[in-house]
Design a protein around this ligand. Structure first.
Ligand SMILES: C[S@@+](CC[C@H](N)C(=O)[O-])C[C@H]1O[C@@H](n2cnc3c(N)ncnc32)[C@H](O)[C@@H]1O
Length: 282
């Protein structure tokens, strides 16, 4: 039976309310219908009593079913906004998080002149592309161990026409022998392997290799902090995103490796989220 825009939205809202809070259910229903019909929110409001064509109703129902099975909205739409950039995402990539914008802001504050920048574990390219966009004179190298993620990052780089970004397949620094940078940034995996959140909500759908980092969640951070001094120019900075409860451990790791000016920044939710430090050659 043919249904109007408002009928479809109402049914979807009720079903989605089983999965997410009511306020989000309403927004998600609209997002899925806007995506299906390729219209904006104003159009939906102005055409509430329009009958939706049968094919579009089927497409919408298909997207809704995927969402009801828990698949994250970003994977269903195929994109996510990050730091003002529209980025393609697939199940090969982590979905960029608002928390990571804290890292980008901190990095931009260090860029007073063109720098050589490295993004470790680039995923969609979120951090690297945001930095390259806002610091067009700087050169950004972005690496990932996942070929699938690198394909998505390359697509995003190409769409944004960012010629100051080089993408490389590398296990952390493995493909970067003899290369040094002024600024190294990373949002590495940092969740404890046994954390039950990995099997809940959106995380179930994201690549485990982008999330889990050994028993204490610090395996990758430990490796990056230990190896970074070999790839930092004198006075260069290393900035790492980490779990809300890992700041003290990360500060210790920086200290042991001989970094100076260690500082932790808080994210939008007021959690300690990014720890940075400077490498000074004595
Ligand atoms: C938490 S995700 C971050 C993705 C992206 N930077 C962001 O902030 O949205 C971590 C990324 O590190 C990559 N990764 C995991 N282990 C790696 C390794 N040994 N070397 C390079 N990249 C790795 C994963 O493939 C994933 O893309």
């Amino acid at each position: 039976m043919s249904q109007t825009v408002q009928q479809l939205l109402q049914t979807a809202r009720q079903q989605l309310a089983q999965l997410v809070p009511a306020s989000e259910a309403s927004i998600e229903a609209q997002i899925l219908l806007m995506h299906t019909l390729d219209v904006n929110r104003a159009w939906l409001l102005a055409h509430a009593t329009d009958v939706v064509p049968e094919k579009s109703t089927q497409d919408f129902t298909h997207l809704l079913q995927r969402r009801l099975q828990g698949e994250p909205i970003a994977y269903i739409l195929g994109y996510r906004e990050f730091f003002g950039l529209k980025l393609a995402v697939t199940s090969d990539t982590l979905i960029p998080r608002p928390d990571t914008e804290t890292l980008v802001e901190a990095a931009l504050q260090k860029i007073m002149q063109p720098l050589q920048i490295l993004d470790l574990g680039t995923g969609t390219g979120a951090i690297a592309l945001a930095l390259a966009w806002h610091a067009p004179q700087s050169q950004v190298t972005a690496v990932d161990a996942s070929e699938g993620a690198l394909r998505v990052a390359e697509k995003n780089r190409h769409c944004l026409q960012l010629d100051n970004v080089t993408l490389l397949h590398s296990h952390w620094f493995s493909a970067l022998a003899n290369q040094a940078f002024d600024l190294i940034v990373s949002n590495p995996p940092y969740i404890e392997a046994a954390d039950q959140h990995l099997s809940q909500g959106d995380l179930r759908f994201e690549p485990l290799s982008a999330l889990a980092a050994g028993e204490d969640g610090l395996a990758d951070i430990r490796q990056i902090i230990t190896q970074a001094p070999g790839h930092l120019n004198d006075g260069g900075w290393l900035m790492l995103e980490h779990g809300y409860n890992q700041a003290e451990a990360v500060q210790n790791l920086y200290q042991i490796a001989g970094f100076e000016h260690i500082q932790t920044l808080r994210d939008l939710g007021d959690n300690p989220r990014v720890t940075l430090a400077q490498w000074l050659v004595i």
